[in-house]
Design a protein around this ligand. Structure first.
Ligand SMILES: C[S@@+](CC[C@H](N)C(=O)[O-])C[C@H]1O[C@@H](n2cnc3c(N)ncnc32)[C@H](O)[C@@H]1O
Length: 225
């Protein structure tokens, strides 16, 4: 559970001005290469009619791409409300407003209140949360068919860049920090919960992984298949 100072920091860091800037960039350039690769990997595993949950989805552009590719509906659960205005405008422009729900809250605390889902997306989110294990446990507890993750590579230069960013955050008197969680531990945890890696790709700073449920009846039959 994030402390309340920590939660306030999310709102200070991921605020409306940043969201508006990112939305302008998205309108000009669309998804970046890493996000597009994650979308492509999910579409290749099948998203037709799927219910998507994006954790820390920010503007929600990744879930929007999945809706455009055939998913039925999406929920974006975000600790920061700072993205919501820009996210709503983009969804409106793309004609997707009635299929996207934006919720404000900590996913780890709210997981058991969320609707049934087939696909959980955690794109550049575990690196913004101290307890990757709790976040992934919560994702696996929903029993989706697919879990997609983007996280920083465990490489010396990536760790060095994250340390510099954390120094900048400390100078700003923010409690918020970024993390390079062990990929082995994260994927190992999901493996123990019945998920196997079906896609694993290197994008320089970032690594994408898509995991599929090994269970006969993923989603416990709760979500549309
Ligand atoms: C680096 S941003 C990435 C936003 C978006 N996924 C993207 O790639 O553009 C990380 C986001 O995760 C959100 N976040 C971090 N921990 C979260 C949690 N436990 N529950 C919900 N959102 C969370 C933050 O508020 C932030 O907006």
């Amino acid at each position: 559970m994030a402390s309340c100072c920590y939660q306030t920091d999310y709102r200070r860091l991921f605020r409306r001005r940043m969201a508006a800037r990112r939305a302008r960039r998205f309108r000009r350039k669309g998804l970046d290469g890493t996000a597009q690769a994650l979308v492509d990997a999910l579409v290749a595993r099948g998203v037709d009619g799927a219910a998507v949950l994006e954790v820390g989805g920010g503007l929600g552009t990744l879930e929007a791409a999945l809706l455009q590719a055939g998913a039925a509906r999406a929920t974006n659960i975000e600790i920061s409300a700072g993205w919501q205005e820009a996210a709503d405008s983009l969804a409106d422009e793309m004609g997707l407003s009635d299929r996207i729900e934006y919720r404000v809250g900590d996913f780890v605390d709210e997981a058991d209140t969320l609707p049934p889902v087939d696909v959980v997306v955690l794109h550049r989110v575990v690196c913004c949360y101290p307890w990757a294990d709790r976040m992934l446990e919560a994702a696996a507890s929903l029993r989706p068919r697919l879990i997609a993750l983007t996280f920083p590579q465990d490489k010396a230069w990536v760790r060095a860049a994250m340390r510099i960013f954390n120094l900048f955050l400390r100078l700003q008197r923010l409690e918020f920090r970024v993390f390079v969680h062990s990929p082995q531990e994260m994927l190992g945890l999901l493996n123990e919960r019945g998920y196997r890696v079906v896609e694993d790709s290197d994008h320089g700073f970032w690594r994408n992984a898509v995991l599929e449920s090994t269970s006969e009846a993923p989603g416990d039959g709760r979500g549309p298949r």
